[in-house]
Design a protein. Structure first.
Length: 275
């Protein structure tokens, strides 16, 4: 008898539901998020388990990696954004979720996420951290620009902001608390700039842009580091999957802000991905 396991992963525990290929529920249990306990729970069924599925939550790495290392090879990562489980359902709970995942796997209609190779995940996550910090740096630049414009009608570009000093802030703003507010943004921008620079250096030392992704550099607003980030996000996926992955990523504005980059970038991206 072939068995299939659905694991509904939460922050503190995992609900395990196992069913056979005729949709009979064979086993159910809520287990703390401890790999040893989960492996002990699944051990009696390991020989019969044809596959398992874990929902792609924020904390799936340890569970999927641990199960694969323990010999549960047919691993699947469910894409929750593509599962319309709750439409038309009045009641649902963790038990239903776990068995629902297992049933989708049996029916071979499970919307799946990509299980990114474990050895490459750290540098991918580092690139994500760079983007996270870059967004915060941009937010502080915009905050400082807004403060200066509304307080003393000084309009500066992002490039001009990089040249602003503490003395400039005192001269323009004069009021102690406004200067302190502006200085906080200025210090944060400098701090984040240094962190981003260190991260970029580490990524550049570890990652080389593959030939199939070099044409991304022809898209306005995409330089080496962003092209590498896109490459790391896409991973080793066939062209059709890669297309769907890249479209939302390249939908960005160039820092210079010229208005045609979005349309131009997407148009070029479609050509790049198709070739």
């Amino acid at each position: 008898m072939e068995l299939y396991a659905g694991l509904d992963l939460h922050s503190r525990n995992t609900y395990i539901g196992i069913m056979d290929d005729t949709y009979n529920r064979v086993f159910k249990k809520r287990v703390p998020n401890d790999l040893d306990q989960i492996l002990q729970t699944l051990a009696p069924f390991q020989e019969q388990l044809k596959g398992f599925v874990v929902e792609s939550t924020f904390n799936w790495y340890w569970l999927v990696d641990g199960l694969i290392e323990a010999g549960y090879g047919d691993a699947h990562l469910a894409n929750p954004a593509a599962i319309n489980q709750y439409e038309g359902l009045k009641y649902t709970d963790d038990q239903h979720d776990a068995f629902f995942l297992a049933k989708l796997l049996i029916l071979n209609i499970l919307p799946e996420g990509y299980i990114y190779p474990r050895e490459h995940r750290p540098v991918r996550d580092l690139a994500r951290k760079r983007m996270f910090l870059a967004r915060h740096k941009t937010a502080n630049i915009l905050s400082l620009k807004s403060l200066l414009q509304r307080s003393c009608s000084i309009k500066l570009s992002a490039n001009d902001i990089r040249k602003v000093t503490a003395d400039d802030l005192k001269e323009w703003l004069k009021q102690e608390y406004l200067v302190l507010t502006a200085q906080a943004s200025l210090d944060t921008i400098a701090f984040l700039k240094e962190k981003i620079k260190r991260i970029e250096k580490a990524i550049m030392q570890r990652v080389k842009l593959r030939k199939s992704f070099r044409q991304l550099l022809t898209i306005p607003g995409i330089g080496n580091i962003l092209a590498m980030t896109i490459m790391l996000e896409v991973g080793d996926i066939d062209v059709s999957q890669r297309s769907a992955t890249l479209f939302p990523i390249v939908d960005v504005y160039h820092p210079s802000g010229y208005p045609t980059v979005k349309a131009r970038g997407l148009a070029i991206a479609r050509t790049v991905i198709a070739t």
